[in-house]
Design a protein around this ligand. Structure first.
Ligand SMILES: Nc1ncnc2c1ncn2[C@@H]1O[C@H](COP(=O)(O)OP(=O)(O)OP(=O)(O)O)[C@@H](O)[C@H]1O
Length: 293
């Protein structure tokens, strides 16, 4: 039986841009079940990173709320692991020490740490590189190390923002299989943002397609494919059909209103929507797009 793990309850993220309120995301509701693997796709600037940052607790919604395990998210928490496109490894620590880092903070015994670290290194194929420094690793290996470290810290949720975005196509395909293998064995609720439609379909139980201006959910597409995702699935008619459906929903959306058009802005007496706050100086780890003049 599935239970709700992450709930976006009518969330809105409003920023002030050029003195005007701008809804990066508006009234978005979405429920992700425990141990579900969802991918989020959509045109650039539709708010993918914004919703992930809200789930991570790095950005507090201007309206509505995000709940994890029925509790409102008020900031980052150890039950939510985050992986970004940039490999956030400690350069002075070896692969093993990077994976072990969170466990040491949690004051877990050395024997137990070793057990968890060995398992994660094994799952990600990094055992032979356990004593290497990050600078000697390829991009794919660095990201495998980031995944091993995230899993080792034992969060119940993994939030991944374009984790394979900087990798070449072949490495990316390997990484997808590797991640699925880890997920198959270890589970966790995963929310994975990507620009790559094939990646979105290959990995997910459900693909969330977003639309821009304001950022919202456009469609949710169930990926009715076998749980075991083998490489030959990628060329199967079933995969291709779903991939085409996702592709069409992403790339054949109605064009968004012109940048700065009135649809983006609420009347001046209610700048962010009903009772909403406007985020002015919130730190965001993602690059910012200029929504227009
Ligand atoms: N701190 C901020 N201040 C102002 N505008 C912001 C801020 N953060 C995000 N935005 C705007 O909100 C919109 C959504 O941004 P977001 O990064 O979530 O989109 P995205 O779908 O992840 O884009 P991409 O696919 O290009 O990474 C963009 O127009 C962006 O410029």
């Amino acid at each position: 039986m599935s239970t709700d793990k992450i709930v976006f309850d009518r969330v809105t993220a409003t920023f002030e841009v050029n003195g005007q309120p701008f809804h990066a995301v508006k009234d978005l509701s979405l429920t992700i079940a425990d141990n579900e693997f969802v991918t989020v796709v959509g045109p650039s600037g539709c708010g993918k990173s914004t919703i992930m940052n809200m789930a991570a607790g790095l950005l507090i919604p201007s309206g509505g709320e995000v709940r994890v395990d029925d509790r409102p998210v008020k900031g980052p928490g150890p039950e939510r692991g985050v992986i970004f496109q940039q490999y956030a490894l400690f350069p002075w620590l070896t692969v093993r020490q990077n994976v072990e880092f969170g466990l040491k903070l949690k004051k877990i015994s050395r024997a137990q740490r070793n057990e968890v670290v060995e398992r994660q290194l094994e799952l990600t194929g990094l055992t032979p590189f356990a004593d290497a420094l990050p600078k000697t690793l390829s991009g794919g290996m660095k990201q495998r190390c980031a995944i091993a470290r995230a899993y080792a810290a034992d969060p119940s949720i993994l939030l991944m923002d374009e984790p394979f975005g900087a990798l070449d196509a072949l490495t990316r395909v390997h990484m997808q299989s590797q991640l699925l293998e880890t997920w198959r064995q270890e589970k966790r609720t995963v929310m994975f943002i990507t620009h790559d439609v094939d990646e979105a379909v290959f990995l997910a139980n459900r693909v969330i397609v977003m639309a821009a201006r304001p950022g919202r959910i456009h469609r949710i597409i169930d990926v009715d494919l076998p749980a075991e995702r083998t490489e030959d699935l990628r060329t199967s008619p079933e995969f291709t059909a779903i991939r085409n459906e996702v592709w069409n929903s992403v790339y054949h959306q109605d064009p968004p209103p012109e940048a700065g058009a009135p649809a983006q802005h609420d009347p001046p007496d209610d700048p962010g929507g009903e009772g909403d706050q406007i985020n002015k100086g919130i730190w965001s780890p993602t690059r910012h797009h200029n929504p227009g003049p």
